[in-house]
Design a binder for this molecule. Structure first.
Ligand SMILES: *Cc1c(COP(=O)(O)O)cnc(C)c1O
Length: 411
């Protein structure tokens, strides 16, 4: 970047493209090679070894094999790191592959196997941590219980802010202080690097489900962790060995998504602010969850530059009203996921947070809205019609049936 202190908007457009003019191209090259020609056994082998242990390819050895290194993925990683004010970043096949790698990298190199997880978390993360699949022991707690939950063998503290689905805010610097020497991972998916940079607040890792805002168009699944070089080496080693790598086409699309990320975030956020205010006085709505709505610590404005574009609403009509809303919307799509240019609605207790233990599950009358780029007036008209749900028969499932799904593992 030619300027000394480029604005985030300029970084988003130009990061990871520094060498394009020199290459004589204008668009980012997409390298789909699964394997790469080797110079000779010794130099290829040395490069292989460097990458399999978390390093970068050696200049004279090549990148050997796509699971170890891919230049299109590396470009996206470099661009994302610039937006996160991080030394580097490591990309994965999905947000959950990234979370898995972070847990393995944290619990496999120092004999510590305990994780402290601040609830609420995305249902898939909660599921992964509660399942014991990765052999870690997990203590779930509230934000104020972190200091008391940390032990001598704690390897990692995991938190999400704003949290999925209730938009609860967690004070990142506060948790970092409470965690002491233990590294803190922040799931930054809802805020994106545009609104929040957890590493500047002392977090060790900032994780994104890139599937959401970073991609932004609902057509790519990926994950990425921004961190320092030392952490990245362990994360890359886990990726190289376990194989949760991001496909280069996914990296290409995510990199392209970065260029419009600040503009999309601001536009979607402005619409969300308008819709959240309108929902406050809607007769069908019991409570609006929106980042910063009950923010007595002033975290929006301090830790985050804005509230983002996710809203959750608790409906007066309970589960039946939630089911009616979900099946009546016309402009919103009833679908899981979030952060794209089109607006989505989904029911956390029944879908994204279905595997979460009963006492930690979102309430059955809660519906989550991901606000897109459509006209605010059209979105409100759609919601208003769906909330009245006049022409749609009530769904039959009772609240108890939604809560009733729990495999013995989670009950
Ligand atoms: C979707 C999501 C994830 C998981 O990401 P995938 O790309 O679906 O694997 C993790 N954290 C949050 C907050 C999410 O919304």
């Amino acid at each position: 970047m030619p300027l000394e202190n480029p604005h985030l908007d300029s970084v988003a457009v130009h990061a990871g493209r520094e060498d394009l003019a020199m290459l004589g191209v204008h668009a980012v090259p997409l390298d789909l090679s699964s394997t790469n020609p080797l110079p000779d056994i010794e130099r290829g082998g040395a490069s292989y070894e460097a990458m399999a242990t978390g390093g970068r390819p050696l200049a004279d050895g090549g990148s050997v094999y796509q699971r170890l290194w891919n230049p299109t993925v590396a470009r996206f990683e470099s661009a994302l790191a610039q937006l996160e004010q991080a030394q580097t970043s490591v990309a994965y096949a999905s947000g959950m592959a990234a979370m898995t790698a972070a847990i393995i990298a944290s619990t496999s190199f120092n004999g510590k196997r305990h994780i402290v997880a601040v609830r609420p978390l995305y249902g898939g993360t909660d599921h992964l941590l509660a399942s014991g699949l990765l052999g870690a022991e997990v203590t779930f707690c509230a934000e104020h219980e972190v200091a008391a939950s940390v032990r001598a063998d704690t390897a990692l503290v995991v938190l999400e802010t704003p949290a999925n689905p209730t938009l609860d805010l967690v004070d990142i610097a506060g948790v970092v202080a409470a965690a002491g020497d233990v590294p803190v991972l922040v799931d930054n998916t809802f805020a994106t690097p545009v609104l929040q940079n957890p590493l500047t607040l002392g977090a060790a890792m900032s994780l994104h489900s890139a599937t959401k805002y970073i991609g932004g168009h609902g057509d790519v699944v990926g994950g990425v962790i921004a961190c320092d070089e030392e952490t990245a080496a362990r994360l890359r080693q886990v990726r190289a060995v376990t194989g949760g790598l991001l496909h280069p086409l996914g990296a290409y699309l995510l990199h392209r998504g970065l260029a419009t990320l600040p503009t999309r975030m601001r536009a979607q956020q402005a619409t969300a602010v308008e819709i959240a205010a309108w929902l406050e006085s809607h007769r069908a709505v019991e409570r609006v969850h929106f980042a910063g709505r009950e923010d007595d610590r002033g975290l929006v404005g301090k830790q985050m530059t804005g509230p983002g574009a996710m809203i959750a609403i608790a409906l007066r009509g309970g589960y039946e009203a939630a089911a009616r809303l979900s099946s009546s919307v016309q402009l919103f799509t009833h679908a899981v996921s979030l952060g794209g240019v089109d607006s989505l609605v989904q029911h956390p207790a029944g879908l994204t947070h279905r595997p979460v233990a009963a006492h930690a599950k979102p309430s059955a009358n809660l519906v989550r809205l991901s606000i897109g780029l459509e006209s605010p007036a059209d979105l409100m008209a759609d919601l208003d019609a769906a909330l009245s749900g006049a022409s749609v028969p009530a769904a039959r499932t009772a609240d108890s049936e939604v809560r009733g799904y729990l495999s013995p593992e989670f009950a």
